[in-house]
Design a protein around this ligand. Structure first.
Ligand code: PLP
Length: 413
């Protein structure tokens, strides 16, 4: 945001892939007075959000809610089901997969980091940071593990550092084809409530998510959706766990309470977000994210810049990574756009720092707010001489004009 004493008029454009803009309706719900977390009203709220969030994960089993960022829920997933020295098979899709792998190391696990080898000839970037999870590589590795040393397979569903949404059902099939008993742990911190996700149908054992992306809430709460197999594993697993331990939380959640003080005002926000998402229907939510993704990618193509995700089958409906030409500092471009137009874009993370920027198209968006964001990007690209011809804004307008949102979706929104 511009320095606080400058009071820019209008709204800041928070176009990063999380935190995403929080709708006024949710901000208002969160401004209600904090209540006694042991009192009768709280139990009603607790039961409501615990039941609603299960619908969003598409699970009939418990979802644990932590007053923590997504990183806390990553740790909870590992600490509940694994023991010191356990081998875990993790898959490198980008920066967030790399951070989860580092965390596994710090917890005393033995992560093996599988990746698509090589670098991309056009951009010089690692192939694994432009593609989704290759389920066949996971299947091969599990088949070679005849002694079943590998206790868990960990993958990121929507890799927020690259704009790639991996096929989780294919990972499940790979584990089953190898007849391997490893648990399946999935990070969909940025995918939940934007991209199709099915905890039960895809046979996921622990799904990790967070509040500040598709759920349209501020940062501060995060989730573990857990399968019966994960709960069984948690009874025998010996990594130290206390605050993160599922058992007492799940027990107290049966009546809508927590063993400690939960994040009451964020739960008011969650209750409102669940009303919005479930009233609209998850299918419409996914359809509008898909449509925004198409419009933004059309703009990027018109600018003549490569889309970070090199495989159209796994384009993310949540964000688009845009690669800048060799020698152009993507962060300098972001800075210019921020200063001139009060628009925040996502930075390149880890191995792609300075080589790309990210446009978030998730949560509380609509066609016109997205058009405004694309205008800001296009002005920045032209001011810095990165793009001289071609209008991404025109391409996106053409796309929106020729692909109206279906009337059913409009009515619901
Ligand atoms: C945002 C994000 C995280 C980290 O969550 P925090 O809330 O910042 O701790 C992890 N994984 C993915 C895929 C994310 O998008």
């Amino acid at each position: 945001m511009i320095a606080l004493d400058q009071h820019p008029s209008g709204r800041h454009f928070l176009q990063i892939p999380g935190p995403s803009p929080v709708p006024d309706r949710i901000l208002r719900a969160m401004s209600l007075p904090t209540i006694d977390h042991r009192g009768p009203e709280f139990g009603v709220l607790g039961l409501k959000v615990l039941s609603g969030i299960r619908q969003v994960f598409r699970t009939r089993h418990p979802v644990v809610i932590y007053p923590a960022s997504g990183t806390g829920a990553w740790e909870a997933a590992l600490a509940n089901v694994l023991s010191p020295g356990d081998a875990v098979l993790m898959y490198e899709t980008g920066h967030f997969a790399s951070l989860w792998q580092k965390m596994a190391l710090r917890l005393g696990l033995k992560p093996e980091f599988l990746a698509l080898p090589g670098t991309d000839a056009l951009t010089g970037l690692p192939n694994s940071w432009r593609h989704g999870v290759q389920a066949d590589l996971i299947e091969q590795r599990l088949r070679a593990d005849g002694g079943h040393q590998i206790k868990a397979v960990c993958v990121v569903h929507n890799e927020t550092s690259t704009g790639v949404t991996s096929d989780i059902a294919a990972v499940r099939r790979a584990i089953d084809a190898a007849k391997h008993p490893a648990l399946l742990l999935v990070d969909t911190i940025s995918g939940l409530a934007s991209a199709d996700y099915r905890h039960d149908d895809w046979g996921v054992d622990v799904t990790v998510s967070g509040s500040q992306k598709g759920l349209m809430l501020p940062p501060g709460i995060s989730f573990n959706a857990v399968s019966p197999k994960a709960i069984e594993a948690s009874k025998k697993a010996t990594l130290p766990k206390a605050f993160w331990a599922w058992d007492e939380i799940i027990e107290m959640n049966k009546t809508g309470y927590w063993p400690y003080t939960p994040n009451t005002n964020l739960l008011y926000g969650l209750s409102e977000a669940l009303d919005m998402l479930l009233d609209q229907g998850l299918e419409s939510v996914f359809a509008r994210h898909h449509r925004w993704g198409e419009a933004v990618r059309g703009a990027v193509r018109a600018w003549g810049l490569p889309i970070q995700c090199a495989d159209p089958a796994v384009y993310s409906p949540v964000l688009t990574g845009v690669i800048t030409p060799e020698g152009v500092d993507a962060d300098a471009l972001r800075k210019l756009i921020h200063q001139r137009f009060d628009l925040s874009l996502g930075t390149g993370l880890g191995r792609v720092k300075g080589r790309m920027f990210r446009i978030g198209h998730l949560g509380d968006c609509n066609d016109l707010t997205l058009m405004a964001a694309l205008s800001g990007v296009e002005m920045g690209l032209k001011l810095s001489g990165i793009v001289t011809a071609g209008s991404g804004v025109q391409a996106a307008m053409d796309f929106f004009a020729s692909h109206p949102q279906s009337p059913a979706l409009q009515a619901a929104a």
